[in-house]
Design a protein around this ligand. Structure first.
Ligand code: GLA
Length: 386
């Protein structure tokens, strides 16, 4: 199934505006949008000072809001996908263990900085699929951050905003994520990917080739980073760094023998080689060598699957099918344990790619995959509706 998802933001906002009217009898005053992200290469490198190459995608979290003046010091929230909730402006001691924890976290951290957040009514929607490995949580956080900044006038630079949202995710949602997702959603720009250096927290723009299209294919397997696998990988990377006495960013493959534990050594092998692949990928793109860039994506997938062990049978099958269907490159993207594959496909071969990929995935016994063609989109932003 190919999903068409390119309606304008205005069209995507319309149902949210209607919901604000029917739920809360309000006309929208403020709006915010944040893209999802896809990581083109460089996964599980961000929490050891490594390199990654994400881009924002034109699938969005959207919010519309209006002031609330019926008394309670709270934000009323409605999300068609997730339901209703109320966020107290006086802070909440307990975590609900759901999507509202991300919002509570962002709200509390802005208040800590001195932002005077008034009560308001909020509707959340958009077309970014949840739990598909496209950073729906970072997108939710950054969208809410942009909205709060609009409402309060308490504006932060993109770096501080990203770090605040990462803290909300750690401290309120209990997910020990790295910085990749929040950086990508905060700094994203149209037409470009971003080389993130997670050591000095710098972002370098990287032009994407014109003759390549980016496909995101949902494996249908839902992941939750709060589950043990992600934290376990982080701990293994930490153990590897302790054995080597330095960051994996500064380590070479020849040093791997210093790591006694087999499994930990494999994890380190992935991280060290993935950092080199990101550098080689950026060089290949600047030399217009898309074939080499694509090969590096396949190698990255093999490394994530075999050495880092965060893939699954559905993702492995999709990547093999993508290769057979003529993609220049393909790999799982994001945290793994399900989620999506990203593929680089020659612009002239997209129809053949879709057909062949779908047929092979089905023959392997899986349901029809959802294929989304995305373009690089701008990062989180907000505006006032007139
Ligand atoms: C998740 C985390 C990121 C990063 C990726 C893997 O998306 O939130 O910080 O670690 O996994 O690259």
């Amino acid at each position: 199934m190919t999903e068409s998802h390119n309606p304008s933001l205005t069209a995507l906002l319309a149902p949210l505006e209607t919901a604000l009217g029917s739920r809360f009898e309000k006309e929208p005053i403020w709006a915010a949008a944040a893209p999802g992200r896809v990581n083109i290469i460089g996964d599980h490198t961000d929490y050891s000072e490594g390199l990654a190459l994400p881009m924002g995608i034109d699938l969005y979290t959207l919010m519309v809001a209006a002031p609330r003046d019926d008394g309670p010091q709270a934000i009323r929230v409605f999300s068609a996908e997730e339901g209703e909730a109320e966020l107290s402006l006086r802070g909440s001691e307990s975590r609900r263990g759901d999507w509202t924890d991300y919002l509570d976290g962002v709200l509390a951290l802005y208040q800590e900085l001195g932002a005077a957040v008034p009560p308001f009514d909020l509707v959340i929607g958009g077309d970014l699929p949840l739990g598909a490995g496209l950073s729906s949580s970072a997108s939710l956080e950054l969208c809410f951050a942009a909205l709060i900044e609009r409402i309060t006038g308490h504006a932060l630079p993109p770096l501080d905003r990203a770090l605040l949202c990462q803290r909300a995710e750690h401290d309120y949602a209990g997910v020990p994520c790295g910085i990749l997702d929040q950086f990508a959603v905060s700094f994203a720009k149209e037409h470009i990917a971003m080389l993130l250096d997670c050591r000095d927290q710098s972002v370098t723009e990287v032009r994407l080739p014109d003759d390549v299209r980016v496909a995101i294919v949902d494996s249908g397997v839902r992941h939750a980073l709060g589950d043990g696998g992600y934290a376990e990988r982080r701990a293994q990377v930490e153990t590897a760094q302790n054995s080597l006495g330095k960051s994996l960013r500064d380590s070479g493959l020849e040093e791997l023998t210093l790591i006694p534990d087999n499994r930990v050594r494999q994890r380190a092998q992935h991280v060290i080689s993935e950092n080199s692949r990101v550098t080689a990928f950026v060089e290949a793109l600047s030399a217009n060598d898309e074939v080499t860039a694509g090969q590096l994506m396949y190698e990255s997938h093999r490394s994530l699957s075999r050495d880092f062990a965060v893939s699954c049978i559905e993702l492995d099958t999709l990547v093999t099918a993508a290769q057979n269907a003529g993609a220049l490159g393909a790999r799982m993207t994001g945290g793994g344990f399900g989620g999506s594959m990203v593929a680089f496909v020659d612009r002239a071969k997209t129809v053949a790619f879709e057909k062949a990929l779908t047929a092979e995935f089905r023959t392997a016994g899986f349901t029809e995959p959802t294929i989304r063609w995305v373009t690089a989109a701008a990062g989180a932003r907000s505006w006032t509706l007139t």
